[in-house]
Design a protein around this ligand. Structure first.
Ligand code: GTP
Length: 597
């Protein structure tokens, strides 16, 4: 045990976490030349294309230091806010963290939020000043920023370049010298923390764990405390670049477990593994059931594909436990599913996977957050509203609550004004303003989640010319004055376009929605009125003028192959269109409410 070190790397996005991990693997000889490729740990296609670590993984290195052999377990953490719960569990499996700070960008919002998570878990922090090779690096100033943040000595900060290899030896030395060896009692009953799981179509769910006390042995009957289910440990092992089977994994070490579980939902990140016959009384603290934050309807483009879509969703759920869905029907779109996601990125990933892996073209409706509604008749009975059309009638409604978050934004002093205006426009309330240095400010706002999940981040980047970073944590529900704004197209209310909007913005947004839909819905043979309404009251109206000519008219009687080509082209264009009444609505229109600026 005294030769084991468990650590993670925490950093703001793009500060070089994955590159540094690759360099550590290189330096310790954990990778052969053949296995070398950039960003080794990001092994999902999608991850590599998007250049982000979606799922956290672990990897074991061996390193000889002063004549002794050490085992270093690096636990990788995802970098996106959608996956912050996974970050917190990975951190809980470690004794230390490398805090990577870009020498040109200095401390950013996620540097701080991840640092707090690490400090809450009593991790030893090793500050790494990365990218010192960059001409734009500002090592002295950024070192001062780090020293201010951590209250450490300037000599604790390790200057490094994950690109050129500067400082890598010093980092490994610090991991061994500064991070404590794991504690824990090998003679106690098994207690292991699940910090991640991955679905493998051939082997079922692979569970990644860290043993806190006791040991886990091949063939042992084990039990997951949160779900209460028991399994046999068919295979256990350590995680090198590939998995290495072992007879047992001991106290302090990190490994994988295969039990033949086929459904990802049975393995919950944060759960405790124990011995089924002699269970521990103590669940490892911090377990949470992950809750979806964003909901949207997913409908097949072709109504006939409903069953096929259900099959695809069920398969996706087997390997993505955070995806939830339930059947729903929409007057406009027919049968589909209301799905819950961790955030907008997660939604995009699911939509993309449906297309790539299952060849399903789907229509996604306006995403919304989860509201609580109470009726006058039963003012204590909470109704969970995951779809605006489930909101009770205005006359029966007592009150509505919406989820709020605490946002942390770090920006340059010059941009404090524009950032504040943006947050106020988004119904935010400033709670704190803290100058980290004379040029850099941390701002805290309480904001409605609904205002930030969609385009907030892009707007923030624009108003701050890229010099702002952002992170958030949920702070619960608050009462809000919300109304349901409906959209009527050609006189028919299109339920999939309804949205809950704050009373003060309802007129403005209703108007903009009509204008946007006018742009997005193609002209047809007849005039199409587009209206926004609150209850029976129309608040805005636009008209899409009729087309004068039939598109194929000029081909009639002409060259048949030309006509076929034209029809085929139309069919392709139709791919993401839905017929609602007698009007065709393209996919972008369903998302229009998100892009009104
Ligand atoms: P996520 O995984 O998306 O959170 O990002 P990350 O923090 O892992 O960053 P990543 O390792 O992908 O690096 C981001 C960019 O910085 C890449 O283009 C790297 O090549 C570059 N980079 C990383 N380290 C260094 C360094 O030491 N010097 C220079 N010049 N570039 C670096």
């Amino acid at each position: 045990m005294k030769h084991i070190r468990n650590f993670c790397i925490i950093a703001h996005i793009d500060h070089g976490k994955s590159t540094l991990a690759d360099r550590l693997l290189d330096f310790t000889g954990s990778v052969t030349e053949r296995e070398k490729q950039d960003q080794l740990l990001d092994n999902m296609d999608l991850e590599r294309e998007r250049g982000i670590t979606i799922k956290s993984h672990a990897i074991q290195m061996e390193y000889n230091y002063k004549g002794e052999q050490y085992v270093l377990n690096l636990i990788d953490t995802p970098g996106h806010v959608d996956f912050s719960y996974e970050v917190s569990r990975s951190i809980a499996a470690c004794e230390g963290a490398l805090l990577v700070v870009d020498a040109a960008q200095s401390i950013q919002a996620q540097t701080i939020s991840n640092l707090y998570l690490a400090l809450e878990n009593d991790l030893e922090i090793i500050p790494v000043l990365n990218k010192v090779d960059l001409p734009s690096a500002n090592p002295e100033e950024v070192t001062d920023d780090i020293v201010d943040l951590l209250g450490c000595d300037p000599s604790d900060v390790i200057p490094a370049s994950a690109k050129t290899g500067i400082g890598i030896g010093e980092i490994l030395e610090a991991i061994i010298e500064r991070i404590p060896a794991p504690k824990g009692n090998p003679d106690e009953s098994l207690q292991a923390l699940i910090f991640d799981s991955v679905y493998n179509p051939f082997r079922g769910v692979e569970t990644y764990f860290r043993v806190i006390n006791g040991k886990i042995t091949k063939g042992q009957k084990i039990k997951f405390l949160a779900t209460g289910k028991s399994y046999y440990a068919d295979e256990v092992g350590t995680l090198k670049l590939s998995q290495v089977k072992k007879q047992e994994i001991k106290t302090g070490d990190v490994g994988y477990l295969i039990t033949g579980i086929k459904d990802a939902r049975e393995v919950k990140v944060g759960d405790t593994i124990t011995d089924a016959e002699n269970p521990t009384a103590n669940m490892i603290e911090g377990f949470e059931n992950v809750k979806p934050m964003v909901f949207a309807g997913i409908y097949p483009v072709d109504t006939e594909d409903y069953e096929e879509l259900r099959g695809a969703m069920e398969k996706l759920q087997l390997n993505d436990a955070s995806l939830v869905f339930a059947p729903e029907s929409s007057a406009a779109l027919g049968f589909g599913f209301r799905c819950g996601f961790l955030g907008m990125l997660h939604l995009e990933i699911i939509q993309e996977r449906l297309e790539r892996e299952f060849d399903m073209t789907v229509i996604t409706t306006v995403p919304n957050v989860s509201y609580h509604a109470y009726t006058k008749k039963e003012p204590d009975e909470r109704i969970i509203v995951n779809n605006p059309s489930d909101l009770p009638e205005p006359s029966k409604l007592d009150r509505v609550e919406e989820p709020y978050i605490k946002a942390s934004i770090i920006t340059k002093a010059d941009f404090v004004g524009p950032v504040m205006s943006l947050c106020i426009e988004k119904r935010g309330e400033i709670t704190n303003q803290n100058y980290l240095t004379p040029e850099r400010v941390e701002l805290n706002f309480d904001l409605p989640l609904a205002e930030i999940v969609f385009d907030f981040y892009d707007r923030l980047k624009t108003v701050s010319r890229g010099y702002a970073s952002f992170d958030y944590t949920p702070i619960g529900m608050r009462e809000s004055k919300l109304v349901k704004v409906d959209v009527l197209i050609n006189g028919n209310s299109v339920d999939a376009l309804s949205a809950l909007i704050h009373t003060d913005n309802a007129y403005n947004i209703g108007k903009k929605m009509c204008e946007k839909l006018k742009e997005l819905i193609p002209r047809q043979q007849f005039d199409i009125p587009i209206q926004a309404a609150i209850g029976a009251k129309i608040i805005s109206r636009e008209t899409i003028k009729a087309l004068r000519k039939d598109v194929t008219a000029k081909c009639y009687g002409g060259d048949i192959s030309r006509k076929r080509k034209l029809l085929e082209k139309q069919k392709k264009g139709k791919k993401r269109m839905r017929q609602v009444g007698n009007v065709e609505i393209p996919q972008q229109a369903f998302m229009a409410v998100l892009k009104l600026n």
